[in-house]
Every structure is written in C-alpha cells, then in structure tokens.
Design a protein around this ligand. Structure first.
Ligand code: XMP
Length: 180
C-alpha cells in the first residue's frame, strides 16, 4: 500500500490534533442544544473520521445512517450523486450534524442538504474533514472544516480509490499513474 502513495499530505498526528480541535468547536456550538443531536455520516468515506470525532464528543448523541455514492469503482472524477441507502432515523425537529470526509465539487453535500432539509430538522450543520478550496462552491460553506487542501486526489483515513486505501492512517496523494 505504502508504495502507491506519492506523498503524505496530512500525517496521522496532525489529523488527530485537528479532530480534537473540531470536537471542541462542535461541543461549544451544541453546548446548549446537544440534547437529541443526530449525527449523519456520509458513508463510506467518513467512517474513520466519524469514529475518531464522536469519541471526542462529551455529550449524548445518536447516529443516523444514509449512504450516497458519487464515484463508481475506479474513477477519480465525480459522477451523479446517488442515494444508495435512505436515512435510518427520523430527524424532524432534531438538531442534525452531517459529517463528510471531503468537500470537493459540492455535489454530494448539496444533494444531502436538500434531502435532509425536506425532513424538517430543527437545525442542519455540516462538518467536513477536508475541503478542496479551488472547487468548493461559494454558496456551500461548511460549519466545521478540518483542512483546506489543494486540488489533488487524496486517499487514506477513510478515503478510497476503487475501495482501497481507507485503512491507510495518513492522508496521502495517490501516485497519478495508478489511475491515469
Ligand atoms: P463532491 O465532488 O460531491 O465529492 O464534493 C464529495 C465526495 O467525493 C469523494 N471524493 C474523494 N474521494 N479522494 C477520495 O478518496 C478525493 O480526493 C475525493 N474527492 C472527492 C468523497 O467520497 C466525497 O464524499
């Protein structure tokens, strides 16, 4: 696996430090309204981030699961966002925090946001670990952002290429010849 990574963009120690900072920000935001908070991770890319993040949160919360897909198999350019599994929890009147791995063109989060808004939550916020600043739409500003990154295809810490590299503990840039 290591030989497929061209360079490490964000080392594991820096990720952990930032996840703790994000959890503190989230705790401050929901300090008076964490009761009934539902966290909706966008599967499968956010699984590692989610697992680390929620274990830093000191209040009770629930997880609502839904699965969307934007990349099919061995592709690094996003296609149409497809809902693969419907949200498992009723969110009407609840505070909802969407957790995603990366905000790239914004197609996925736009689709998720309008899908969840229709279910009339009390509030809807978004937390992303990574944001590609060059491509993220100006009208979609996440409430919590881990790192702003350049426009390169990254893998590791949950992010995959063709299903692989999710278990790589750092965030790295895949060698371009592997997908070119
Ligand atoms: P959009 O373009 O909809 O993309 O904002 C968001 C979803 O696409 C995936 N994605 C990536 N996955 N490396 C990956 O492994 C990347 O550089 C990358 N860019 C986008 C990811 O699933 C994200 O939720």
């Amino acid at each position: 696996m290591e030989q497929d990574i061209a360079r490490i963009l964000i080392p594991r120690e820096r990720i952990q430090q930032r996840v703790h900072e994000l959890a503190r920000q989230i705790d401050e935001t929901y300090r008076d309204s964490s009761e009934g908070l539902i966290i909706v991770p966008i599967l499968a890319g956010s699984i590692i981030f989610l697992a680390d993040l929620i274990r830093c949160l000191p209040f009770k919360m629930r997880i609502g699961l839904m699965t969307l897909s934007r990349y099919r198999g061995a592709a690094t350019v996003g296609g149409e966002t497809q809902l693969v599994h419907e949200l498992s929890t009723d969110i009407e009147g609840r505070h909802v925090l969407v957790v995603d791995d990366i905000l790239d063109s914004g197609g996925t989060l736009m689709a998720v946001r309008s899908h969840l808004q229709e279910r009339r939550p009390a509030s809807l916020r978004v937390c992303v670990l990574l944001r590609k600043t060059a491509k993220a739409p100006k009208d979609l500003v996440p409430d919590f952002v881990g790192f702003d990154i350049e426009d390169v295809f990254v893998v590791g810490y949950g992010l995959d290429y063709d299903g692989h590299y999710r278990n790589w503990p750092d965030i790295g840039v895949l060698r371009p010849e592997l997908y070119a």
